[in-house]
Design a protein around this ligand. Structure first.
Ligand code: GGG
Length: 357
């Protein structure tokens, strides 16, 4: 039976990289005899908002809940819709309502790409950021008082539940256990944030008791970001709250040369709801419409989706194809962010051809 994939390209370069993601998946599906059925949705974009006054239709949950996975591009176009409205109106709804409480973001220096960090070679940077994805600093608990007056107050709470913290920690520890180095780093700020972050640290220490073979360390987020730049080779699995994980998973790929190649998976591990696969990058209005966006983040996210659906061999073939095309380093093929003069389409086509074998 076909795996049903809901496609939402969203905004900006999301609409440009998505066709390359689908092209790569279709080639992989043909080679590995996987039946994928794509259904495209127009909602979840700022243009949809301008027409309908909302990012999603009222029945979006029912329309999407029975898909096997969601393949997503990027959201946001601040000149059209304020960012917090577009993000809360679409992507964050998917993550929350489909309980995609894991945001898994690999960070790997690929062959052929020059890291901005001096002297780093492929193999030096190869870690995962596991980001808590449904609560934490991204809470909708709070409000405004005395709006528009001199006494104006705005308040937004950080929400950490024991279930929410423990389940992301468990996922991260389990992932660390599958890795050769068996190392887990926790992102904290318990010296300054005096209630939620010490709680996070306590739960890490508690969880660590169940994983005696994992080497655990923790850093405050400020020095952790510095260490991403200074010592990226220290890291294996890094787990953080929603906000810290978001920051780290942009910085990590930036250390690998470009955020344009970074993939992510928003996972509901129990499989009760569909998981969502999207590049880490956003809609990049500054380069949208120019055909120069790097499609690798979208294609690699497609590979993560295939692995999630049980097709590890096909997923590996997609990642190998990315590595080979990057290694070859053709300036005509590669996009500008990785030193080329090519386009979204030239890079997508080259990878698809390579996936075809
Ligand atoms: N493809 C990812 C995307 O569109 N991200 C937009 C964004 O601003 N995301 C914020 C977040 O992931 O918290």
């Amino acid at each position: 039976m076909a795996h049903r994939i809901a496609v939402i390209a969203g905004d900006g370069i999301g609409t440009e990289v998505m066709p390359e993601g689908i092209r790569a998946l279709e080639v992989a599906a043909k080679r590995f005899k996987i039946d994928l059925a794509f259904t495209t949705f127009e909602f979840g974009s700022c243009d949809y908002y301008l027409e309908h006054g909302k990012m999603l239709p009222d029945d979006w949950f029912d329309q999407l809940k029975d898909f096997d996975a969601l393949f997503y591009g990027a959201v946001g176009w601040p000149d059209k819709v304020p960012d917090h409205i577009s993000l809360w109106g679409s992507l964050l709804q998917f993550r929350r309502q489909f309980d995609q409480y894991i945001n898994l973001r690999p960070c790997k220096l690929m062959p052929g790409i020059k890291s901005p960090l001096a002297g780093r070679e492929p193999g030096d940077i190869d870690f995962y950021v596991v980001r808590e994805n449904t609560e934490g600093e991204y809470s909708s608990v709070g409000g405004k008082m005395f709006e528009g007056t001199e006494r104006e107050i705005v308040l937004q709470e950080t929400v950490m539940s024991r279930v929410g913290v423990d389940r992301v920690l468990k996922y991260a520890f389990d992932l660390a256990q599958t890795r050769p180095r068996k190392k887990l780093t926790s992102a904290t700020k318990s010296n300054g944030i005096s209630i939620t972050m010490p709680y996070w640290d306590e739960r890490v220490a508690e969880m660590a008791k169940h994983y005696p073979e994992i080497a655990v360390d923790k850093f405050h987020i400020d020095i952790l970001t510095a260490n991403f730049v200074l010592h990226p080779d220290w890291f294996d699995v890094v787990v953080g709250s929603n906000l810290f994980g978001d920051i780290l998973s942009d910085l990590g790929p930036a250390c690998t040369g470009t955020i344009g190649i970074a993939p992510s998976a928003n996972i509901n591990p129990e499989g009760k709801f569909p998981s969502l696969f999207e590049p880490v990058h956003g809609s990049a209005p500054d380069i949208a419409g120019k055909g120069i966006a790097n499609p690798i983040g979208q294609i690699w996210s497609g590979a993560m989706m295939l692995e999630h659906l049980g097709y590890k061999e096909a997923a590996d073939a997609m990642v190998t194809a990315i590595e080979e095309v990057l290694s070859e380093g053709s300036r005509q093929v590669l996009t500008r962010d990785v030193g080329g003069q090519g386009s979204t389409v030239s890079l997508g086509q080259a990878i698809a051809e390579r996936i075809g074998g």
